[in-house]
Design a protein around this ligand. Structure first.
Ligand code: GRG
Length: 297
């Protein structure tokens, strides 16, 4: 292993700095963009965050032998789409959250209409960046297609609709996994796919990375559910204990805390096993999978 916990920390610090510089550059608009809109977009996009999805894009590209810079536009695009989904998720019509990324949520800091529009603008800008900047154009077009699918009516939006639906029947593990595969997993999987595409990967590399993303996505969500039970609000930067208070279907609710933790652990082990063909080029992704499991926010 060339990666230690310390070197992963250094990598994350440096990658976040580069990503945040690139994100800030993308949010420089001319006078046609209303000041308050640009402000709301910046407020949410540049708030302190883990940047897990764009880091997956960069790491996937590197695992396939390309420099991270090749995948930077796609990485920024995925973070914009993720941030749009958080802004909209926090709205009173959805999860009604007043705290996000350690700050008042966008609709609290601005107003509801502007929060909706800042989310819309981030979503549109993400596609503009990929379409314009990912080269060659046929790779750009493929990236646009996979991104739209992941963010669209059968994946992210479908997962959100299912999550907001009052399921009359006794909640099952199958239903829970299906919601999270779409709401959380799809965006993690597509992050890896984008990195692979930008790096000109082989189909086998792309498939292995997507499988890693599927397992990591489920482990990420189980950890998220566990943090809602036993996490610290300040470290999380958002309210905790909401799932139980709202009678939501969760992994700890269905399986118990210990079994959920074991399930996440097993998924991460499998995710790492699936990266065998990358040998040491997959070390960073393996270290990141441990980080996802052990995170406190
Ligand atoms: C509005 C279409 C639409 C979808 C919303 C993202 C989402 C779907 C809901 C957010 C609620 C939630 C707790 C989702 C599950 C896990 C998740 C996506 C957490 C937030 O992502 P992190 O932890 O956050 O990577 P940061 O702030 O670090 O980016």
């Amino acid at each position: 292993m060339i990666q230690t916990a310390e070197t992963l920390d250094q990598y994350l610090l440096d990658a976040r700095r580069r990503l945040e510089e690139a994100l800030a550059d993308y949010l420089q608009f001319d006078e046609n963009c209303p000041k308050r809109l640009a402000e709301a977009m910046r407020y949410s996009l540049l708030a302190p965050a883990k940047r897990l999805r764009p880091i997956l894009v960069l790491m996937a590209a590197e695992a396939c032998g390309s420099p991270a810079a090749t995948a930077m536009p796609a990485a920024c695009a995925i973070e914009m789409i993720h941030t749009y989904s958080l802004i909209h998720d926090d709205l009173p019509a959805m999860d009604d959250d007043d705290l996000r990324r350690g700050r008042p949520s966008c609709h609290k800091a601005f107003d509801e209409a502007l929060a909706i529009l800042a989310g819309d603008a981030l979503l549109a800008q993400a596609f503009e960046i990929v379409a314009r900047e990912v080269q060659p154009p046929e790779v750009g077009a493929r990236c646009v297609a996979v991104l739209a699918e992941a963010a669209g009516p059968t994946q992210l939006v479908a997962g959100q609709v299912e999550d907001l639906t009052d399921h009359d029947e006794e909640g099952s593990l199958e239903l829970l996994e299906s919601i999270h595969a779409r709401k959380t997993g799809a965006m993690l999987c597509v992050s890896l796919r984008l990195g692979a595409l930008c790096a000109g990967s082989t189909p086998a590399e792309e498939a292995a990375l997507v499988e890693y993303g599927r397992r990591l996505g489920m482990a990420f969500q189980i950890t998220d559910d566990l943090l809602d039970v036993r996490g610290d609000e300040q470290a999380m930067g958002k309210r905790v204990g909401k799932d139980a208070a709202h009678g939501k279907l969760t992994f700890p609710g269905l399986l118990g805390v210990e079994a959920s933790a074991r399930r996440a652990e097993a998924l991460v082990a499998k995710a790492c096993d699936g990266l065998k063909s990358f040998s040491s080029a997959g070390d960073r992704l393996r270290a990141l999978a441990r980080y996802v499991l052990e995170r406190d926010h």
